[in-house]
Ligand binder design. Structure first.
Ligand code: F1P
Length: 349
């Protein structure tokens, strides 16, 4: 059933090692205004975005808190625009993320923030000509991660890496920054090793729904993996925090369910228990984790990152294989992952 569609998506996914290198080498020296904004650590940081970039905001905030030991949270742009008092009560700094730099809710949220606080925000976008980049806020660019495809892949991972890099820079975490720079090479090895396995799962006719599980900083990335599967392959695809899955959602698990766990090092023991329980309930299970050679009796399939780098710095490595899973599922269903049905690259209203 495979067609020739999907060329852009596939090459954008595969280009990530190079895009990550370009992103990580761009901002060695930060503009003094950006530095000043980032170093104002007494005020919380609110990350905003929509769709993929909202999920990015969740993982960005969790990373930021952990790396810089300061307060951060992620919210949808629309919540700031529509319910500013709920978001701005503690006088936060605003960090907006948008691939296009044009999404209506994000632009409206930036304007609302400026109107109510009279303060500048910081933004990351891939497009220097966008409204966001020209709108007078402090802007950082991941222009090497621009995309032809509707669904975000390399733009997401590059913008996420840039946030992590900024956190490492302002908190002087030199080992963390060195580890981030190792991720492009680690990714090449992972894709070479596991792409055939990912393809095999994607074309398994006995799978009819996908569930992604993640906790802590990995929840936003699990959410993005869920969204990729939904957008590109129009499949039933859900996301939950690992331990939340026992509290109701597990009811729908059956033999056609593929549960994919983005297993953390911090909470591995508890997260793996959820996966093995679901396997006993009939689900097919895949665990992605740093090391897990001895797990084959409890989990159907294990992908070992074997990155040898610290936990947060390796988090971006979970994503590209799951982007490939969505791509291959889409191709298997005879769809065009470059132009998903009923989806706009940018939501404007
Ligand atoms: C955000 C976004 C995408 C989504 C869709 C519509 O865009 O929600 O995540 O896949 O294509 O737009 P942006 O603000 O990051 O450009």
């Amino acid at each position: 059933m495979e067609t020739n569609n999907g060329h852009s998506t596939y090459s954008e996914i595969q280009s990530q090692p190079r895009t990550w290198e370009a992103t990580l080498s761009k901002y060695d020296a930060l503009h003094p205004d950006v530095l000043q904004f980032l170093q104002d650590q007494n005020r919380p940081l609110v990350f905003i975005g929509c769709g993929s970039t909202y999920y990015l905001s969740l993982s960005a905030a969790a990373s930021w808190q952990t790396i810089t030991d300061s307060t951060a949270r992620g919210v949808p742009s629309s919540e700031l625009w529509l319910f500013p008092k709920l978001v701005l009560r503690d006088n936060p700094r605003l960090f907006a993320i948008s691939r296009s730099g044009e999404t209506s809710e994000t632009i409206l949220a930036i304007d609302t923030y400026k109107r109510l606080t009279n303060q500048k925000s910081l933004g990351i976008t891939c497009y220097p000509q966008s409204i966001m980049a020209k709108d007078g806020l402090l802007t950082l660019l991941t222009d090497s991660a621009q995309e032809d495809s509707v669904a975000q892949t390399r733009s997401f991972s590059s913008m996420y890496l840039l946030v992590q890099q900024l956190a490492g820079i302002i908190s002087n975490k030199s080992e963390f920054l060195i580890d981030l720079c190792k991720t492009p090479h680690k990714l090449e090895k992972l894709v070479a090793l596991y792409e055939p396995l990912i393809h095999e799962i994607a074309v398994n006719p006995n799978i009819d729904k996908f569930v992604f599980l993640g906790s802590g900083p990995l929840f936003g990335l699990a959410s993005e993996a869920m969204l990729k599967m939904k957008e590109m392959s129009l499949s039933i695809s859900e996301v939950f925090h690992f331990l939340e899955f026992r509290h109701g959602p597990k009811s729908v698990v059956g033999p056609g369910t593929m549960i994919i766990g983005l297993v953390s090092e911090t909470s591995q023991e508890h997260e793996l228990k959820v996966l093995s329980e679901m396997r006993r309930q009939g689900a097919k299970t895949l665990a992605i984790l740093e090391n897990g050679g001895s797990l084959s009796s409890e989990i159907d399939t294990v992908i070992e990152l074997k990155s040898g780098i610290q936990e947060l710095a390796r988090s971006v490595l979970y994503l590209p294989l799951l982007q490939l899973l969505a791509y291959y599922r889409s191709m298997y269903k005879g769809l065009n992952p470059d132009r998903p049905e009923n989806l706009d690259a940018v939501v404007r209203f």
